[in-house]
Write a protein that binds this ligand. Structure first.
Ligand code: GLU
Length: 484
């Protein structure tokens, strides 16, 4: 049996961390088992307050960002397409018709007004809400009379007994049938509900494992009943735990942005997101945090999915991303940083790009996200940096500082522009310090503040070498001129 798993997002909003976590678990399982990963669009909810066609393109691009290429999807197609539910309506209508014929479903002609009144009455009396099954017991003549009226199709849920199923994570589950409503399968406009479309598609697409978030666990008995009504074999059920914030509350905006694309925008690396999200609710059972995609696939098993809630720790993700930035080649980080520097209007010319190639590697050890590259390197760009007033107050205020810098300047001028290297710069500065006969911080700090506008940053001599002779002299002269 070939494993076939699916990721079926509904375009009701941007993809969130939890959606993508589910996609990752499915994909890892498919890869591990040599199976197929199917992407399907569940777009049957056309309520204008929920339907968001604008988010559809991001679904594929988010997955591709992570290196996940579905084996079958709505762009490349596949043997059991179409992969968009709104293009499969006749299938659901036919399936509903079949259930009516076999007596497993029935047409319900109750008006929305009647259903609303029924519900209101139940609520008033403190009873559980649900359909009272009036149309389930219509006689043939009654049905004939109503046949021109609009109707929905409802599942005739068994009135007694239990629905039993096994979840790979949560074990055996049983639900009393009398607690289940005769759910709507087909709406009066001929469109299916999520339950019908989902089950018909999972069956017709030969899905072997339904791996999804635990929020779908309460819907599962309804699905099991549908499989039974059709006489189809159920897939294996795998419900991955909910994702909670560090305060153990349901993940929401309060815990930082949960929109997946936002993490891409902020400069998280695909391998960091893949690693971090895979570990939300799944564990390879060892005490290690960093896993390459290959490691994740090797170690993946459904047994590793835990029933306990997963905790989303944004700081851990930041840490992990920093680790992956440092594992990456400097040229990759430079390439990925350039758009952020352009966005911050730091890179304007070809020369600025060359400068970026020299300076980004100096700050990667302090970067946790790519977007941090701009504030860490901004002082390299432009003629003069922004000066931090406290730093200036402390290190560039006294006229001695101007004298100190003026002493260093000719030594730097003496180095040829194409030999403006860390070693020669350091030798020049150190000989100046010796000649001045002052403790070295009294030279190093004013020099750093004059050149970078601040007191912290990468090593001073590395900074100067990357900045280049011309800019170093320009900035020093400008500061010296100001001091006198
Ligand atoms: N369309 C549902 C969603 O957006 C899919 C749930 C399922 O996996 O069955 O989450």
């Amino acid at each position: 049996m070939t494993v076939r798993v699916r990721y079926p997002p509904s375009p009701t909003g941007a993809q969130h961390i939890g959606n993508v976590r589910t996609a990752i678990l499915n994909w890892l399982f498919a890869k591990k088992m040599g199976g197929r990963f199917i992407l399907r669009l569940e777009d049957t909810d056309r309520d204008p307050s929920r339907y968001r066609p604008d988010v559809i393109p991001d679904i594929l691009s988010n997955l591709r960002f992570l290196g996940i290429e579905p084996d079958e999807d709505w762009e490349k197609g596949g043997p059991v397409g179409p992969y968009i539910q709104s293009e499969r309506l006749p299938l659901y209508q036919k399936a509903a018709e079949e259930l009516i014929e076999s007596g497993k479903a029935y047409r319900c002609y109750c008006t929305p007004e009647r259903i609303a009144a029924l519900r209101a009455g139940q609520q008033q009396r403190g009873e559980p809400t649900g359909y009272d099954r009036r149309c389930r017991y219509l006689t043939s003549p009654e049905m004939d009379k109503l046949s021109a009226q609009p109707f929905v199709v409802r599942l005739a849920v068994p009135l007694e007994g239990q629905t039993l199923y096994h979840d790979e994570v949560h074990g055996d589950i049983s639900v009393e049938n009398n607690a289940l409503d005769d759910q709507v399968l087909l709406k009066s406009n001929g469109w299916p509900t999520y339950h019908l479309a989902n089950v018909v598609d999972d069956h017709s697409m030969s899905i072997t494992h339904v791996i999804r978030g635990e929020d779908w666990l309460p819907s599962t008995p309804k699905h099991v009943l549908l499989y039974q009504a059709f006489g189809w074999e159920t897939p294996k059920w795998v419900h991955a735990p909910l994702i909670l914030g560090t305060d153990h509350k349901k993940l929401s905006k309060r815990h930082g942005d949960t929109e997946f694309a936002e993490y891409i925008r902020r400069g998280y690396l695909p391998e960091a997101l893949m690693n971090f999200l895979a570990l939300l609710g799944w564990s390879p059972g060892e005490d290690q945090e960093l896993y390459s995609v290959g490691d994740l696939i090797d170690r993946f098993s459904l047994e590793g999915i835990t029933p306990h809630p997963a905790i989303f720790d944004a700081n851990k993700l930041l840490w992990m991303n920093g680790e992956y930035i440092r594992k990456s080649s400097p040229t990759r980080i430079v390439d990925l940083s350039i758009p952020y520097l352009q966005e911050a209007s730091l890179i304007k010319t070809e020369e600025d790009i060359e400068l970026a190639e020299r300076v980004v590697p100096l700050v990667t050890d302090r970067m946790k996200t790519l977007e941090e590259v701009a504030p860490l390197t901004d002082f390299f760009f432009g003629d003069m940096p922004k000066y931090d007033s406290k730093a200036v107050e402390k290190w560039l205020k006294s006229s001695d500082d101007g004298v100190t810098l003026a002493k260093i300047l000719p030594r730097l001028e003496g180095i040829a522009a194409d030999q403006f290297t860390v070693n020669l710069i350091e030798a020049a500065v150190r000989s100046g310090i010796e000649e001045l006969g002052v403790p070295s911080p009294q030279v190093i700090h004013p020099l750093r503040v004059a050149l970078t506008g601040r007191t912290v940053g990468p090593g001073l001599f590395e900074t100067m070498a990357a900045m280049g002779k011309e800019k170093v002299l320009y900035r020093l002269k400008a500061i010296i001129a100001k001091e006198h």
